[in-house]
Design a protein around this ligand. Structure first.
Ligand code: UDX
Length: 446
């Protein structure tokens, strides 16, 4: 019989994983400690913007007309313990306040709440991004706290999904990585990930520490690639070179590849920034901090992008923001998401506001979250409204909507036709032809 699955934690990762598992034909119980989330998911409503997720959820949530009924949600660990054969832990591991290390409290609490409810053989599968060494410790904790003792096994199965592509990445992953301490766990996970997710997908079996490290290493590599091209953008800007052309040219080399070479205001979000910091903190604990000092540089190149954008904006309005209106297009850390965590766009908007500029922000999906995080900024209901009377327009998140803006229409409402493209994503020629002074990061002025 197919194993029954629980998913503990229903954020981006958990909600998507639960819906994907139901799509594959499993009976799934999703658990969250926040009753409002459970309530909303039980009605087929996703509490964040993630393309395709709500549709997938509604296809399976019990009680929704025409659904498979294979997916339910609860707040009860007791119910989860009784229901599940395989328990996926998908809770968040944010950065600790004021420290580099990651906050393991949600993971700890998921394990200590679930374990006492495990009365029969079960597999617990960690998917959260954790410091290397956590799995071995949590495996011991499980055996100690679970009534079923050593019949409860642990596997670590990192997740590589990108926000905005969460459904696609979950149903069609590049690879499946499992860290196990025994053959039984591997067998169960091979069964869970059998067709269609696993069909033709590389299945990498490793020990716990390697599986944990795969995730942090992958994110560190991606962050490094972005900071590399942003460092080249700094040099290009000083030497009058064009970083976009440079990225295209080096990307033709398969060993380098084209992806993740978009220069601009840098990376943000709930993963890359905190993962590289947590990795450095953990390396320090392991006595190998020197191995990762380059990540400190990756982080500072990235943060410098934000202040550089502020400088470019200040320079464009004559050296001071006082009395100047600044339109900010974009609030989320990337398009097709409503996530504003560590968003370069909002950070730039906040810095300009602090320096006396009158900032108005517009974002297609991130307005509510942005308002909560930066309540002192002004917000406009459309891009056009945000640009009204602006002395400079900053394009900071590359939503399709912004690429489709009509420069002539915008030109009629601004106070000065100046645009800074922080994502190298707008068509310079079109904006310049409409009379704008268009400038992008790391590219020649005209
Ligand atoms: C990332 C990883 O890609 C994913 O595998 C992991 O599971 C979680 O972290 P995500 O945070 O959703 O996913 O976003 P991603 O698409 O990686 O982008 C991260 C940031 O880098 C964004 O702010 C994006 O704008 C920026 N970025 C990306 C660049 O500045 N340039 C690029 O070339 C690519």
């Amino acid at each position: 019989m197919a194993p029954k699955i629980t998913v503990i934690g229903t954020g981006y990762l958990g909600a998507t994983h639960a819906a994907a598992m139901a799509e594959l034909g499993f009976d799934v119980l999703g658990l969250d400690v926040v009753p409002e989330k459970v309530e909303s998911l039980s009605h087929g409503k996703v509490p964040m913007y993630e393309p395709g997720l709500e549709e997938l959820l509604r296809k399976h949530v019990a009680g929704i007309e025409g659904s498979s009924g294979r997916l339910r949600f609860t707040t009860s660990f007791e119910e989860a313990g009784e229901f599940g054969d395989v328990h996926f832990i998908c809770v968040n591991t944010p950065q600790k306040h004021g420290e580099y290390a990651c906050d393991m409290s949600y993971v700890e609490s998921a394990f200590t709440s679930l374990a006492p409810q495990l009365r029969r053989p079960a597999l617990v599968v960690g998917k959260s991004t954790v410091p290397v060494g956590s799995a071995a410790r949590l495996a011991e904790l499980l055996v100690e706290l679970a009534p079923a003792g050593s019949d409860v096994e642990l596997a670590w199965n990192p997740e590589f999904l990108r926000e905005g592509f969460a459904v696609e990445d979950t149903l069609h992953p590049d690879r499946i990585v499992v860290g196990v301490a025994g053959e039984r766990a591997e067998k169960v996970l091979r069964e869970v990930y059998a067709t269609p997710i696993g069909e033709g997908t590389p299945f990498v079996v490793a020990d716990y520490p390697t599986a944990e490290l795969v995730k942090t290493a992958a994110n560190s590599f991606l962050a490094t690639k972005i900071s590399f091209i942003n460092a080249m953008a700094e040099v290009c800007e000083a030497a009058d070179g064009d970083v976009a052309k440079l990225a295209e040219a080096i990307g033709h080399d398969d060993r380098i590849g084209k992806k993740f070479l978009r220069a601009g205001v840098g990376f943000g979000g709930g993963c890359l920034p905190k993962d590289i910091r947590a990795f450095m903190a953990r390396a320090g604990e392991l006595g190998v901090d020197q191995a990762l000092t380059f990540l400190r540089e990756v982080d500072s190149i990235n943060m410098r992008r934000r202040s550089h954008m502020v400088e470019l904006a200040r320079e464009s309005v004559g050296g001071s923001f006082l009395g100047q209106r600044v339109a900010v297009l974009g609030a989320t850390f990337k398009p097709d998401s409503d996530d504003v965590r560590d968003s370069p766009a909002l950070n730039v908007a906040g810095q300009i506001h602090l320096q006396g500029g009158q900032v108005t922000v517009y974002d297609p999906k991130g307005m509510d979250n942005a308002r909560r995080l930066y309540p002192t900024l002004a917000y406009a209901p459309t891009a056009l409204d945000a640009c009204r009377g602006a002395h400079v327009v900053l394009h900071l998140t590359e939503w399709r909507e912004f690429r489709e803006l009509d420069p002539a229409e915008l030109g009629d409402v601004v106070a000065a036709q100046r645009i800074l493209d922080g994502r190298n994503a707008l068509d310079a020629g079109t904006w310049r032809a409409a009379g704008w002074t268009y400038r992008a990061m790391g590219r020649p002025r005209a």
